[in-house]
Design a protein around this ligand. Structure first.
Ligand code: PAF
Length: 281
């Protein structure tokens, strides 16, 4: 495995891969790798080609400085995990390397950036769109792999790829979970023992809503309100529970093929997000 920190070194290696006819499969991360990331990398391997992984804590997607400072950074363990996962190339740049060229790209506006998690984390998705676009232009991947855990991010990135007309295939993989249902997340490390015990109730509540919809309940607004109440009752501070179209996260229409139930809720210092999918019609 090779590790580079500059755009120049990265581009040199990528161009060697391309000259040899290799496909580039890219997995962007902010480090502090867990089983969820390793599942993305395993999927990248199935896609074939060279696996390129980035570790970059993107300051632009943090609305609070203390959140950025507190974000877990474990570079030594991350590099070890990537080596064991047979990643070919790791890009681990400084902030100035990624953001050296200011204001060179106009990023497409997307109202979805301001909804759901975007409403509670101002600038969050604009920061993600900016870094992901920059990384896509630097890495020039053929395929990128993202997880369904960050469902809104996934939808926004798929739209971005379309808006920019990029020839990139976006692969998505199912949320990876602990045995008790809690989705893997770097933020789980903020949970104390009691909060960790409670945390799987978020996924459980999403599944309760799913069962009600499968049972024929179509009063989505009442289901969202009930979900909020239930989460608060067991000890969460929910930001939202939302039932949306799984393709574009718009308010549900009757001909929807895919429904997604999403929630974000605080437990102590950890803001947990999760979602479940179910067929529409
Ligand atoms: O999902 C993440 O880890 C980040 O939002 C991403 C896509 C690497 C951009 O910083």
């Amino acid at each position: 495995m090779q590790m580079v920190t500059t755009v120049t070194a990265l581009c040199q290696q990528i161009s060697t891969y391309k000259k040899n006819g290799e496909k580039i499969v890219f997995v962007p991360t902010m480090g502090n790798l867990h089983a969820g990331h390793l599942a993305l990398i395993n999927h990248a391997r199935i896609c074939g080609g060279k696996i390129v992984c980035s570790i970059f804590v993107n300051a632009l997607q943090f609305d609070r400085q203390e959140d950025l400072r507190a974000y877990p950074r474990t570079p030594k363990q991350d590099l070890e995990a990537l080596r064991n996962a047979d990643v070919d190339l790791v890009f681990m740049p400084e902030h100035s390397e990624v953001y050296a060229q200011q204001n060179r790209v106009k990023f497409p506006e997307n109202p979805l950036n301001q909804q759901l998690c975007g409403k509670f984390r101002p600038g969050f998705f604009d920061g993600i769109v900016e870094v992901v676009t920059r990384l896509f232009y630097i890495v020039t991947p053929d395929v990128v792999v993202f997880g369904e855990k960050d469902y809104q991010q996934l939808v926004i990135i798929k739209q971005l790829v379309q808006d920019l007309g990029l020839l990139i295939r976006v692969e998505q993989i199912a949320t990876q979970r602990e045995a008790d249902g809690l989705a893997f997340s770097s933020r789980n490390s903020y949970l104390d023992k009691a909060e960790r015990k409670l945390a799987p109730r978020l996924y459980a509540e999403l599944n309760n809503i799913k069962k009600r919809i499968e049972g024929g309940d179509r009063d989505f607004s009442a289901l969202e309100k009930r979900g909020m109440k239930q989460l608060a009752k067991v000890g969460f501070r929910p930001d939202y529970v939302a039932i949306r179209d799984g393709q574009d996260l718009k308010v549900l229409r009757y001909d929807t093929d895919l429904i997604v139930i999403l929630a974000a809720a605080w437990l102590g210092n950890a803001r947990l997000i999760d979602n479940v999918l179910l067929p529409g019609a």
